[in-house]
Design a protein around this ligand. Structure first.
Ligand code: G3D
Ligand code: MG
Length: 182
């Protein structure tokens, strides 16, 4: 019964303006279990994590690309997105401008380079900074619907709140789009 473990390899990207918490989210998610491969010429860290999806007895190798700086992005863009199947679109709930660039910049690029079937979810990060919040949960939810994101989750990369859920939801949504999960 358990012998047929399905195997998948998904490349995903974490997108959003500088300092929204992309690297922090990845670091919190992978904890100690990572192998990092920094590619100076690409300006990107390539990080791997293996997860098991019990529901369908599948093992998924996630290959996460994290840009080390924004400045090289324009040069490596096509390579960055090549073979990518999913994205976390991240904004900072304390900076409204990072919310506005999700659609105008990051999703636009994702759609341009990742043709057909690309899966993305919207992430509002830094919810621990309660007094500085300027983007409400309701606005985030509404926006996620507008841009047709598969899901919307608010996180604190600092305290690990909802971080695991953000990545596992993305994996589930990718599998759903592939018809592996109903
Ligand atoms: P980036 O990879 O998107 O550029 P980073 O962003 O992960 O480097 O994070 C940028 C800064 O925001 C870091 O602060 C980091 O500690 C902080 N940060 C990330 N996520 C959270 C969060 O959920 N809550 C809070 N309070 N801070 C967060 P520094 O000071 O190291 O530059
Ligand atoms: Mg970073």
């Amino acid at each position: 019964m358990s012998e047929d473990v399905k195997e998948f390899v998904f490349k995903i990207v974490v997108l959003g303006d500088a300092a929204v918490g992309k690297t922090s989210l990845i670091n919190m998610y992978i904890e100690q279990s990572f192998s990092e491969d920094y590619k100076p010429t690409l300006g990107a860290n390539i990080i791997r994590k293996d997860v098991h999806v019990d529901e369908i007895n599948a093992s998924v190798r996630l290959i996460m690309w994290d840009l080390a700086g924004q400045e090289k992005y324009n040069v490596i863009r096509s390579m960055y997105f090549q073979g990518c199947v999913g994205a976390l679109l991240v904004y900072d709930v304390t900076r409204h401008n990072t919310f506005e660039t999700i659609d105008s910049k990051w999703l636009k690029d994702f759609k341009k380079y990742v043709k057909k079937e690309g899966t993305y979810i919207l992430i509002g990060n830094k919810i621990d900074l309660k007094d500085d919040r300027v983007v409400s949960t309701e606005d985030g939810e509404k926006y996620a619907k507008e841009i047709d994101a598969s899901d919307f989750i608010e996180t604190s990369a600092k305290y690990g709140e909802n971080v695991e859920q953000a990545f596992s939801n993305l994996v589930n949504q990718i599998l759903r789009k592939l018809g592996e999960i109903k």
